[in-house]
Ligand binder design. Structure first.
Ligand code: CDP
Length: 232
């Protein structure tokens, strides 16, 4: 019997489809979606807006501890999956800017930032069955998660998907620049000392280069149903 909330951890590198897939899996199962990257992005945006230098670990860590971040159901029907509030202000699209993209990996490498956000992630996830998307959910935040998925794809496919996502929102996207940014972020995320991006021992790895979104979603939903029925 499952009395604790059921956590599905979906980890993987930049633009591997965690948010899109996570949202659809959550919808199909009636779970909440918790996209943890939004927290790291919110701290980065707050630093950029307040003029806190990204190298200033102490002040960035302090920001992570003090700003109030909320992820709530979408408040505007403009293609968003959820709304992100920082100290009450809607920053849902602002945290997706190129500037935030360029600095978020440096911010998320600070141990104090990760520690502050880990507590928030654990608190939120205890509220109900949840799909959590991130980098270290299966390894650090919820090592006891009953289902861990690691979504992978080649850097070229991920850059292509990110380009399409930006163009769909009416923004300009240069494939080469985006590919370079994806590779830079991969390098920082997987070599940092605290909670680097890596595959949890008991994760199911799904390579998505030759799969469409529905195929990936169906594969995860099937695994989740099996484990919900037979937790052992
Ligand atoms: O959507 P995309 O994969 O491009 O990024 P994201 O999931 O929003 O994460 C943005 C950045 O936050 C990542 O590149 C990581 O540096 C950091 N992050 C992390 O360190 N740990 C997490 N659990 C989630 C994100």
């Amino acid at each position: 019997m499952h009395n604790d909330p059921f956590v599905i951890a979906i980890d993987g590198p930049a633009a591997s489809g965690k948010s899109t897939v996570g949202r659809l899996v959550a919808e199909k199962l009636g779970f909440l979606l918790f996209d943890t990257g939004a927290l790291y992005r919110a701290v980065t945006l707050a630093a950029l807006r307040r003029g806190v230098p990204i190298e200033d670990e102490a002040r960035i860590t302090d920001l992570a501890r003090t700003i109030h971040i909320e992820l709530i159901p979408a408040t505007v029907a403009d293609g968003r999956s959820y709304t992100v509030l920082v100290d009450g202000e809607d920053v849902t699209w602002a945290i997706r800017s190129e500037d935030v993209d360029a600095h978020v990996s440096a911010v998320s490498a600070y141990p104090g930032v990760r520690e502050a956000l880990k507590h928030q992630q654990r608190r939120i996830a205890r509220q109900g069955n949840v799909v959590m998307a991130g980098r270290d959910i299966g390894t650090v935040v919820f090592p006891e998660a009953p289902l861990k998925v690691y979504l992978d794809a080649s850097p070229e496919v991920r850059a292509q998907r990110r380009c399409e996502e930006l163009r769909a929102r009416g923004e300009e996207a240069d494939f080469d620049e985006i590919l370079a940014a994806v590779r830079r972020r991969d390098a920082i995320d997987s070599t940092r000392e605290t909670a680097p991006l890596r595959v949890a021992e008991d994760a199911v790895v799904i390579h998505t280069d030759h799969m469409n979104i529905d195929q990936v979603v169906d594969a995860i939903v099937k695994l989740a149903r099996e484990r919900l029925e037979d937790p052992a």
